[in-house]
Design a protein around this ligand. Structure first.
Ligand SMILES: C[S@@+](CC[C@H](N)C(=O)[O-])C[C@H]1O[C@@H](n2cnc3c(N)ncnc32)[C@H](O)[C@@H]1O
Length: 288
């Protein structure tokens, strides 16, 4: 396991992922009933953008830095943007960037539960420290350090809390990771058909991304799924990370409604070269 998210924290992919994660949890918050979130690949939760690793790539300068400097940010993004701003007070600079567990913890209410899995031993330790430091005594957050997120999905579903979401955000550094995700989704949807599943994936060669989407669409328990793809440049060179996507099984209605607003704003903002664009399409259900 070589991947360390601290090199990439706050980059264009994090911005898209976290904007849509925030929108999903905002939607779940609309009902009083509790929700559960399982973050299968949590990372360390908080990133120092002035630290050595983030400085080495400076990817955040083409991601969250642009969003924090943007004007006329739409309402649909304002909660996420404010959460990042609040971490950087009073300087109003951009030093601290929250990962998916931290953002989720901010949106948790008394009745909700959050389970965080991180396999890398050092990162699991840092995750536990970051969570304990800022959310002390929270009974609602379980840090399953050293736990394989795919195995946890199998072991923890169906959950006692019936509403909720699984966020799957692997590093995609192993050649079989798309397959692992498909297997986990096959199993998860068999056990917990009504849950929302959100998967982040890289787009180097768009054909690989569409094969993955098709494989998910073919799963027997999946009756509603949508993919949202963002290209930050035309994908002529498939050795580069040209964009990323989010695949939703049972996407919250309110998030589908907000997609054009969010993505029309983010796409020109996160563009790196000619050919940037976004698109969404139903893989199964709705506009089938
Ligand atoms: C892309 S990063 C996660 C970033 C995080 N979700 C965020 O948005 O802030 C992927 C993380 O998954 C961890 N990881 C890799 N394989 C795993 C597995 N099978 N189970 C749990 N964590 C894993 C890596 O150590 C890495 O920290």
């Amino acid at each position: 396991m070589n991947y360390r998210h601290s090199y990439h924290a706050g980059n264009f992919a994090d911005v898209m992922k976290h904007a849509l994660q925030w929108a999903c949890l905002s939607y779940l918050q609309q009902k009083e009933k509790p929700f559960w979130l399982l973050d299968t690949h949590a990372g360390i939760g908080m990133y120092d953008l002035q630290g050595e690793q983030a400085q080495k790539t400076a990817e955040w300068e083409l991601g969250i830095k642009r969003l924090l400097q943007a004007e006329d940010v739409p309402e649909a993004l304002s909660g996420y943007v404010q959460a990042v701003r609040d971490l950087n007070l009073p300087e109003d600079s951009c030093r601290w960037y929250p990962g998916s567990p931290y953002l989720a913890a901010l949106q948790l209410r008394e009745q909700d539960q959050l389970t965080l899995c991180e396999l890398h031993p050092e990162d699991a330790q840092l995750l536990a420290e970051n969570v304990v430091q800022d959310f002390p005594r929270s009974q609602r957050i379980t840090v399953a350090g050293g736990r394989n997120g795919f195995a946890a999905l199998k072991a923890l579903t169906p959950p006692p809390i019936k509403r909720g979401m699984v966020l799957i955000d692997p590093p995609f550094e192993q050649p079989d990771e798309f397959e692992q995700v498909i297997n986990a989704l096959a199993d998860g949807t068999k056990r917990w058909a009504n849950g929302t599943y959100v998967v982040w994936y890289p787009i180097k060669d768009p054909v690989v991304a569409s094969e993955f989407q098709q494989a998910v669409a073919d799963l027997p328990q999946v009756s509603k799924a949508m993919a949202v793809d963002l290209l930050i440049r035309g994908a002529q060179d498939s050795s580069r990370l040209n964009g990323c996507g989010m695949l939703f099984i049972n996407p919250p209605y309110g998030v589908v409604q907000q997609l054009p607003t969010i993505m029309n704003f983010l796409t020109p903002l996160l563009k790196q070269e000619r050919g940037a664009e976004w698109q969404s399409h139903w893989l199964v259900g709705e506009e089938d």
